[in-house]
Design a protein around this ligand. Structure first.
Ligand code: PMP
Length: 389
């Protein structure tokens, strides 16, 4: 028999394992670590949301749902998008409930890409984008951004990456890992380019509720953008529901129906009890979201100020729950810094290069931790930085 490895497809064999996972395997073996590594809320899902799910089980709602999701949830998502972001999506044909934003991204790429189609990926970015494009047969094209510009896309340099094969670009605002929020003006510049070059824009707005300084502009709310946008979002972050695995896509009918086709063959539908929980989250959960948002804002203000005070320069991230400080003045690579910080001071952060080459020289710290943990983490990071001089 051939080696089992030789049965694995070329695409999967050559896929790089996530740079984040590698790190967490290391953390799992250690005691007393303060983890600023994982990108998830430290809050438990609010009780009324959990209760709605329990009630759905008590009522015996344990079967498959419609492929696109239960009507109540699609109706609430449509209302929510209208109310919060001035978007018009028809619940019957333009909204699809998915297994997290992760699956939403997967089916978006699979529905639109032909072999060799290029997708512009603005880096540093969420670790899945490039691999999902590759798995869908597309070619990820890294577009780097610079810390000097707070990791905002420069429209002029973006244009340089566009070829006759470019079909789409993916944006994430607020961004994981940088926390950068694109302003309405930034988005308008991108919209102009998308129109000029006839590109589909996949926009990952999973952190849209978590902005702290400026009102948030949703990309498809810009003139003429709905028709070329695939909007990805979900419940994991703002509603503290990572384990429920629930997200959604909103897009014009033709695109959405194509994604629904992939979805119905690959997962059939999102988990039923999670869908009932999400209806409750949208109808009675916004006060909790606001409570959590304010709490992240307080932690952000403390944490980012403290990083700057101890000599790790960090721009003030406008959203999400990540700080992305520069560690360039230490002379170390991101991986070396993160590894030594973990071993010497037991603080876990993620090396910036896990999010693309332009993340080199930075580390990602999630501040979705208690204030006490953040204070202790700052103390330890400070000791570590001091020990280097
Ligand atoms: N997009 C971004 C930018 C994320 O940070 C994450 C989670 N880390 C996801 C998508 C996936 O979220 P979900 O839990 O909904 O699959």
């Amino acid at each position: 028999m051939k080696t089992l490895n030789s049965y694995i497809s070329d695409t999967v064999r050559t896929l790089k394992p996530s740079g984040i996972r590698k790190f967490f395997d290391l953390v799992a073996k250690m005691d007393g670590v303060i983890s600023l590594g994982v990108g998830e809320p430290d809050f438990v899902t609010p009780w009324n949301v959990r209760e709605a799910s329990i009630l759905s089980l008590e009522q015996g709602y344990t079967a498959y749902t419609a492929n696109a999701g239960i009507v109540e949830l699609r109706t609430e998502i449509s209302r929510y998008l209208q109310k919060r972001f001035h978007l018009q999506y028809d619940f019957e044909s333009e909204i699809l409930v998915t297994v997290g934003a992760s699956q939403a991204l997967d089916i978006a790429f699979r529905a639109i890409l032909n072999q060799g189609d290029e997708v512009l990926i603005i880096e540093p970015c969420f670790v899945s984008y490039g691999s999902l494009v590759t798995l869908a047969g597309g070619k990820p094209i890294s577009v780097s951004t610079s810390g000097d510009e707070e990791f905002k896309i420069n429209p002029y340099s973006l244009k340089k990456y566009i070829t006759s094969k470019t079909k789409a670009m993916i944006l994430c605002t607020p961004s994981n890992p940088t926390g950068t929020v694109l302003s309405k003006r930034d988005l308008e510049e991108i919209a102009k380019i998308a129109k000029e070059h006839d590109l589909i824009v996949i926009v990952d707005e999973i952190y849209a509720e978590l902005t702290y300084d400026e009102p948030f502009t949703s990309f498809p709310s810009l003139p003429d953008m709905k028709e070329r946008t695939i909007l990805i979002s979900g419940f994991s972050k703002a509603f503290a529901m990572t384990g429920w695995r629930l997200g959604y896509i909103a897009a014009e009918c033709d695109l959405l129906q194509a994604m629904l086709k992939v979805h119905q063959y690959s997962v059939m539908c999102a988990p039923t009890m999670a869908q009932y929980a999400a209806v409750e989250a949208l109808t009675n959960g916004m006060e909790e979201v606001e409570f959590m948002r304010k709490s992240y804002k307080r932690r952000r203000n403390y944490f980012v100020k403290s990083l700057n005070e101890i000599g790790l320069h960090c721009h003030m991230p406008g959203g999400a729950f990540y700080a992305f400080p520069s560690i360039q003045n230490t002379g170390m690579s991101s991986e070396e810094f993160a590894e030594r910080l973990l071993v010497e001071q037991k603080v876990a952060v993620v090396p910036g290069n896990a999010f693309g080459e332009s993340g080199e020289g930075y580390i990602r710290c999630s501040y979705a931790s208690s204030m006490e943990q953040l204070q202790e983490a700052i103390k330890r990071i400070n000791h570590f930085v001091q020990s280097l001089s």
